[in-house]
Write a protein that binds this ligand. Structure first.
Ligand code: ATP
Length: 803
C-alpha cells in the first residue's frame, strides 16, 4: 500500500508527531510513505514532475548483519529532509518547488515531534471545496499510486476528508470517462482508504476527550497568565484575557481552573444572571474586599450572553474600569497559543494515534466507515468520522439555538465537572452553604517528595471547605509536623496563588505515622481533626493504611481519610495518573530536547540520561516515548550483559546507517534504579569504549530537576478535580458518623481510601483493598498500564528490523 499523510486547517502542536508516527508505522507495516505539503491545496496542486524520487544509495560502513535488509530501502529519500527548514529548499540546489506530494523515508521524519506547528505545511484550500478541485486531487493521488490518506486537522478538514471518500467512486468514473486514467488504475484505486486525526487547539471535536495540540495551547495560556500574575499583583491591576475558542470554551475553562481566574466567559454556558455585569462586579468586589490584589477575567473569543450578544474583552475591561474603578488591561493571546514546543502529552498521544491510524487504513474495506482516531478514557479509540463531525456541529447548532443545556450535555462529563470546580474554587460566597452541624474540621497534609499539583489540590480543597463552612487545617511538614503541633487554619486568600506554585506550600516529610501512632492519635483528638486529606506518593498511601489499621486501637482514626496520589514516579497502585507526573514528564522532555541538541551538534554522541522514579519505570518509559529515545532502562525489566550487548550492537548498526556527516545525537534513558551494577556511569563507559569510532557517549543526571518548577496545566486541573471529589467523599462519610459519641464511632474500611483514575474515571479504592494490588517491597503497583510502552519505544527506532 502507498499511503500519504497531510495536515490541514489551523496548525497545532503535535501534528509533526502524527506525521512522524504515520510515516514510521507505515514503513514498519511494509507501505510506501508519502507526505502531502500544504494540506488539501497540495493534493490539488500535485507534482509538476510525476517522477517519484528514488532512494539514494546508502553508503554504509556496516560490518553487522541486519535482520530485515528490506527496511534499509525505506530509510531515507532525502526529500523529507528538505522539509525541515520550512522552505522546501536547500543550498544543495535540490528543491521541492512544484512538488506537493513527496515520498519520504524513516530518517526524513527523525526528531520532528520536538517542533511546533506542522513541518509539511497546512493551508485552507478553497479549491478543494469545489468538485473540480477534488477531481484534480483524486487524479494527483492516483498518478502517484496512492491508495490511502491520513488527514490531521479540525472538523472542517475531517468533513472534507469524509466528502472526498464518499465521492471517490464518482471521481474515478469521471477521470476514466475523460481518459485521464486507465482501466487498470480504475481497478486498482476503486476504494480510497481514509482516516482522520483531530489536530485542533480548541479541543472542540466531539467523541474525543482531547484534540491534538489542545494540551500545548493550555501550556501557552498558563505560561501567559502566570506571567501576568506578577505584574497584576504588583500594580493591583485587573487583566482581561482573550483566548481562542469560537464554539468551544475548553481553553478558557481549563485556563480559568488552572490559573485561578476570578471570572470566565465561555460560549456553551453564558452567564445566567441578567445583567451579567452585576454578577461579575459583585464577585470581584467581594474578592477585592478581603484584600485580593489581582483580578483575572478570561473571555473565550466566541463568548456571548444568553441572547447571543457577543461579550468582548474590551467591553469587560470598560465594565471593570467604570464600575469598579480598577486599573484594567486587555491581553489578547492570539497566535501565541498555537506556537511553541509541543508538551509531553502532544508528543506521546499523537504518536499513539498515528500508529493506530495506519492500522485503521490497513484494515479499511469499502464497507467499513472512515474512522476518526481519538482519545477516550485515556486510550486511543476509533470512532466513525461522520458521527464525530455531526456531533461537533450539533454543539455549535445548540449554541445558535440558545439551547445551552444541550450544548453542555454534548460536552464530556469532565467539562461539566470542571465548570462546577471552577465556580467552587474561584468564587467567594457571602455565607457558608452548610448549616453549622454539618461543618467539618479537615486536616490537610503533604507527605513524601514534593510533586507539581499538590498545592493546586490543597488550594481547591481549602476553597471548597470555606465555601461549605468547613475548617481547613494545614498540618505542616507531615506527621512530624503534627507531632510538633504545626497545625493552623488556612484562609481563602492565603491560598490564592497556590495553583501556580511548585514544591509543597505546606511542607512535606517522609515520616510515617507509626513513628508514634498513639501520639498521632492524641494529636488528632487535641486538634479535633474530623477528616484527613493526605496528598503525596507511596508514603501517603502507606500512612493512610497505617491509620486505617490503627483504628482497632484508636477511636480518633475513625474519621474519613483520603489519599490523593501526588508523586512524580506515578508509582501508586491502581491509578493511571498521580499529580506531579505530568510536570515531571515535561521537565524531562525539556531537558532531553536540550541534551539532544547538544548531542546532535557534536554529531555522533549518545547521551545516557538518568531519571528519578524510584522502582517504577513510568517516567523513564513515557519520557522515552516523548523524546524519541533510542533505548530505555527500567527497574521492572532491569539490565544484564545480554541486553547491553544487543544495545551496543543496535547503536553501532544505527550509527553505521546514518548519512555521513549527518549523524544525530541519540538519547538513552535510564531510571536511577534500573540496576545496581550497570549504573549510568558504567553504561556510558561501555558505550564509549565499544562505540568508537562510530559514536561517543556522555551522561547526564536530571535528579531533582524532575520534581519540576511550575506545575503543568494538567497537574493543576487534575489537582482541582481530585480535591473536589475528595471533599465530596469526606462529606459523605462524615455524614454517616455525625452525631455519634467519640468512642461509639465506627468508620467502615471504605472510609479510608485512595482516589484513583482508571480509564479517565475517578474510582475510590479502600486502602485495605489496595494492599492486594501493591508491591510493598518495590513501592509500586503490581500491574502497570504503560508496561507495553517500552516495546513501543524500541519499535519506533526499528530495533526489531535492525537487530
Ligand atoms: P480549525 O479547527 O483550525 O479551523 P479546520 O480543519 O476546521 O481547522 P477549516 O478551514 O474549516 O479548518 O478546513 C480546512 C480545509 O478543509 C478547508 O480549507 C477545505 O480545504 C477543507 N474543507 C473544509 N470543509 C470542507 C467541505 N465541506 N468540503 C470540502 N472541503 C472542506
Amino acid at each position: 500500500m502507498k499511503l500519504a499523510v497531510l495536515t490541514s486547517g489551523g496548525d497545532s502542536a503535535g501534528m509533526n508527531a502524527v506525521v512522524r508516527a504515520v510515516v514510521k508505522a507505515g514503513i514498519l507495516k511494509g507501505c510506501e510513505t508519502w507526505i502531502v505539503r500544504e494540506g488539501y491545496e497540495g493534493l490539488v496542486r500535485g507534482n509538476a514532475d510525476a517522477e517519484a524520487p528514488s532512494s539514494p544509495e546508502l553508503e554504509t560502513i556496516l560490518d553487522v548483519e541486519i535482520r530485515d535488509p528490506s527496511f534499509i530501502k525505506n530509510l531515507r529519500f532525502g526529500d523529507g529532509g528538505l522539509l525541515r527548514d520550512g522552505t522546501g529548499d536547500n543550498s544543495g540546489g535540490r528543491s521541492l518547488k512544484g512538488r506537493y506530494i513527496v515520498r519520504v523515508g524513516w530518517d526524513d521524519v527523525r526528531g520532528w515531534f520536538a517542533e511546533g506547528g506542522t513541518l509539511i505545511g497546512t493551508a485552507r484550500s478553497q479549491a478543494f471545496r469545489t468538485p473540480e478541485g477534488r477531481l484534480i486531487a483524486a487524479y494527483n493521488l492516483i498518478k502517484e499510486g496512492i491508495d490511502a490518506l491520513a488527514v490531521c486537522g479540525g472538523d472542517g478538514s475531517l468533513t472534507g476528508a469524509d466528502l472526498f471518500r464518499s465521492e471517490w467512486p464518482t471521481l474515478i468514473q469521471t477521470l476514466r470517462s475523460q481518459d485521464r486514467i486507465t482501466d487498470e488504475q480504475v481497478a486498482r484505486h476503486g476504494h480510497l482508504r481514509i482516516v482522520g486525526l483531530v489536530g485542533s487547539i480548541d479541543n472542540d471535536m466531539s467523541m474525543t476527550d482531547l484534540t491534538i495540540g489542545a494540551p500545548t495551547a493550555m501550556h501557552r495560556i498558563c505560561e501567559a497568565i502566570d506571567n501576568i500574575h506578577s505584574t497584576a499583583i504588583s500594580h493591583s491591576r485587573a487583566f482581561v484575557l482573550e483566548v481562542m475558542g469560537r464554539h468551544c470554551g475548553w481553553l478558557t475553562l481549563m485556563g480559568g481552573v488552572s490559573s485561578g481566574a476570578d471570572f470566565i466567559f465561555i460560549p456553551e454556558r453564558p452567564p445566567k444572571a441578567d445583567p451579567w455585569e452585576d454578577e461579575m462586579c459583585q464577585i470581584i468586589t467581594r474578592h477585592r474586599a478581603i484584600g485580593k490584589r489581582k483580578t483575572i477575567v478570561i473571555v473565550a473569543e466566541g463568548a456571548h450572553d444568553a441572547n447571543l450578544k457577543p461579550i468582548r474583552a474590551d467591553y469587560v475591561k470598560d465594565v471593570l474600569t467604570d464600575r469598579l474603578g480598577l486599573d484594567t488591561r486587555v491581553t489578547t493571546l492570539g497566535h501565541i497559543q498555537r506556537g511553541g514546543r509541543p508538551c509531553a502529552w502532544d508528543r506521546i498521544w499523537p504518536t499513539l494515534q498515528g500508529l493506530d491510524a495506519v492500522d485503521a487504513l490497513l484494515e479499511a474495506t469499502p464497507d467499513t466507515p472512515s474512522y476518526m482516531i481519538g482519545m477516550q478514557e485515556n486510550r486511543v479509540r476509533r470512532v466513525p468520522l461522520v458521527q464525530a463531525v455531526k456531533m461537533t456541529k450539533d454543539v455549535a447548532e445548540a449554541i445558535k439555538n440558545r439551547d445551552f443545556d444541550k450544548a453542555m450535555s454534548l460536552r464530556d462529563p469532565e467539562f461539566r465537572e470542571s465548570l462546577e470546580g471552577f465556580i467552587a474554587t474561584s468564587t467567594l460566597e457571602g455565607n457558608p452553604l452548610l448549616p453549622p452541624e454539618k461543618r467539618i474540621r479537615v486536616g490537610i497534609m503533604h507527605t513524601g517528595a514534593p510533586a507539581g499539583g499538590m498545592n493546586a489540590a490543597t488550594r481547591a480543597a481549602v476553597r471548597y471547605c470555606i465555601r461549605q463552612g468547613h475548617k481547613p487545617l494545614a498540618i505542616s511538614n507531615g506527621f512530624k509536623g503534627l507531632l510538633d503541633d504545626n497545625v493552623y487554619e488556612l484562609s481563602w486568600l492565603g491560598v490564592d496563588n497556590w495553583t501556580v506554585r511548585g514544591g509543597s506550600e505546606l511542607g512535606t516529610n517522609r515520616t510515617l505515622p507509626d513513628i508514634d501512632l498513639g501520639a498521632v492519635a492524641s494529636k488528632f483528638q487535641e486538634h479535633h481533626i474530623q477528616a484527613l486529606l493526605v496528598i503525596g506518593g507511596f508514603e501517603a498511601f502507606h500512612s493512610v493504611l497505617i491509620l486505617h489499621e490503627g483504628r482497632k486501637y484508636y477511636p480518633s482514626f475513625h474519621i474519613p481519610m483520603v489519599h490523593i496520589p501526588a508523586t512524580i514516579s506515578n508509582n501508586v497502585p491502581m491509578t493511571e495518573l498521580s499529580l506531579g507526573s505530568d510536570t515531571s514528564l515535561n521537565a524531562l522532555v525539556e531537558a532531553c530536547d536540550s541534551i539532544k541538541q547538544s548531542a546532535s551538534a557534536s554529531r555522533n554522541r549518545v547521551f545516557v540520561v538518568e531519571t528519578q522514579g524510584g522502582m517504577c519505570g513510568y517516567i523513564a518509559t513515557m519520557g522515552a516515548l516523548a523524546v524519541g529515545a533510542s533505548i530505555v532502562y527500567t527497574p521492572e525489566v532491569g539490565i544484564n550483559l545480554d541486553i547491553l550487548r544487543d544495545d551496543v550492537k543496535w547503536l553501532k548498526t544505527r550509527y553505521g546507517l546514518d548519512e555521513r556527516g549527518k549523524s544525530e545525537g541519540r538519547v538513552v534513558i535510564r531510571n536511577e534504579k534500573a540496576s545496581n551494577i550497570y549504573t549510568t556511569e558504567v553504561i556510558t563507559k561501555i558505550f564509549k569504549e565499544e562505540g568508537a569510532p562510530l559514536f561517543d557517549a556522555r551522561s547526564a543526571s536530571l535528579g531533582h530537576t524532575l520534581q519540576g518548577g511550575i506545575p503543568s496545566p494538567l497537574d493543576r486541573t487534575y489537582g482541582v478535580r481530585f480535591a473536589l471529589k475528595s471533599m465530596a467523599f469526606i462529606e459523605r462519610h462524615h455524614e454517616a458518623l455525625r452525631g455519634l459519641k467519640f468512642k461509639a464511632r465506627h468508620a467502615g474500611p471504605e472510609s479510608a481510601a485512595v482516589i484513583t483514575l482508571q480509564s479517565s474515571t475517578v474510582k475510590w479504592v479502600p486502602v485495605g483493598e489496595m494492599v492486594a494490588h501493591a508491591d510493598m517491597k518495590n513501592r509500586r503497583g503490581k500491574e502497570q498500564w504503560w508496561g507495553g510502552y517500552k516495546e513501543l519505544v524500541e519499535k519506533l527506532v526499528a530495533r526489531p528490523q535492525l537487530l
